[in-house]
Design a binder for this molecule. Structure first.
Ligand code: ADP
Ligand code: TRP
Length: 325
């Protein structure tokens, strides 16, 4: 069976962009493939430096994924830092990584270009990501466009290692997620934590409404006939509404006589209802942290079982003394 793996950093609460652009698609894959999904807390350490916050964001990420439908009986869900094998593999890969390859990687390059100081963690971030992927013999890695470069690095390192030591690693392929519908934020730019324009998935009703009401629009009067396709509210509405509901609202835009407030209200109701069941599941899970911890513990156990097998292969290939287990 094809092995699918992806990771998501717990650097903030998940927003609509994360859900429609990534999480929803990961969850859909768990049905037909063997799926490994992890919360990339080792990677997050390059940005989140408050220990309590990191722990909280990591557990919330697990809660969110489970509430949204990630099913631990189908997919293996774990915290990256619960699998220490990944850091040992990172070191081995580091020894076949040319500096020049990492100097081209955008996370590091962008920071340096802004004149900001970068640490070795950020510089070597793509090597850890390669270890994440290679440790489980992953075949397919669903990622957003921004991560495709890191997949190329992963393949490069796997090829270099295999060339030096024999066929140790499976070569993974990126499966680029459908980001064609880039989700706009409240200011119309791409929704992203770094722009402060996000709407979180499990926002309480009041702040959800407030955020939706703050979405930027042009200043056409109520009477004016409007173009739905030029309006961010409509773009967001389409994520939630059925085709019939979409045409009905589009018709009202074109007819004139509808203000943006009404469109925002329609969006608010759709979004609230869309996540209502997940919100309920989330509340139940949040009240039962032991269950979530058990799921993560079992996920880490399964991940380590596979990870140790691959790490042993790599250890043997480089000439380390076999480890007794
Ligand atoms: P942020 O930009 O808020 O920091 P991340 O980079 O952590 O979000 O996003 C994780 C994944 O979620 C991305 O790789 C991408 O696939 C998806 N994603 C994030 N924002 C959007 C968006 N506005 N539209 C579509 N997909 C998105
Ligand atoms: N770097 C990815 C991101 O920021 C997260 C990630 C870490 C990842 N390791 C991974 C994604 C391995 C896919 C596979 O979005």
């Amino acid at each position: 069976m094809t092995k699918v793996l992806s990771g998501i950093q717990p650097t903030g609460r998940f927003h609509w962009g994360n859900y429609f652009g990534a999480i929803r698609q990961y969850i859909a894959l768990q049905q037909n493939e063997q799926a490994y999904y992890f919360i990339a807390d080792l990677h997050a350490l390059t940005t989140v430096r408050d220990p309590q916050l990191l722990q909280q964001l990591s557990l919330e990420a697990a809660l969110d994924l489970l509430a949204l439908g990630l099913d631990p009986s189908h997919a293996t869900l774990f915290l990256q830092s619960d699998v220490p094998e990944v850091t040992e593999l990172t070191w081995m890969l580091m020894t076949v990584t040319p500096m020049g390859l990492l100097e081209k990687c955008h996370a590091y390059k962008d920071k340096i270009a802004k004149g900001l100081p970068a640490d070795a963690g950020l510089f070597t971030y793509p090597v850890l990501m390669a270890a994440d992927i290679l440790l489980y013999d992953s075949d397919v890695v669903p990622v957003g466009l921004d991560q495709v470069q890191h997949l190329e690095v992963t393949r490069d390192l796997a090829l270099k290692f295999n060339h030096q030591y024999g066929e140790v690693f499976v070569l993974p392929n990126a499966r680029v997620l459908d980001e064609t519908a880039k989700v706009p934020g409240t200011d119309g730019e791409k929704m992203s934590k770094s722009y402060g324009n996000t709407i979180e998935l499990f926002e309480a009703e009041k702040p959800l409404r407030k955020k939706i009401m703050s979405i930027k629009t042009d200043s056409q009067p109520v009477e004016a006939a409007k173009d739905p396709d030029a309006c961010h509210i409509f773009t967001l509405y389409k994520l939630f509404a059925s085709p019939e509901q979409q045409s009905a609202l589009a018709e009202r835009y074109r007819a004139g006589g509808m203000g943006y407030g009404e469109a925002k209200q329609a969006l608010f109701e759709q979004a609230r209802d869309h996540f209502a069941a997940a919100r309920e599941r989330r509340e139940k899970l949040a009240a039962d942290p032991a269950t979530v911890k058990d799921i993560l513990r079992e996920g880490a156990r399964r991940a380590r079982e596979k990870g140790q097998e691959v790490l042993d292969r790599a250890r043997q290939a480089v000439g380390f003394v076999p480890r007794k287990r």
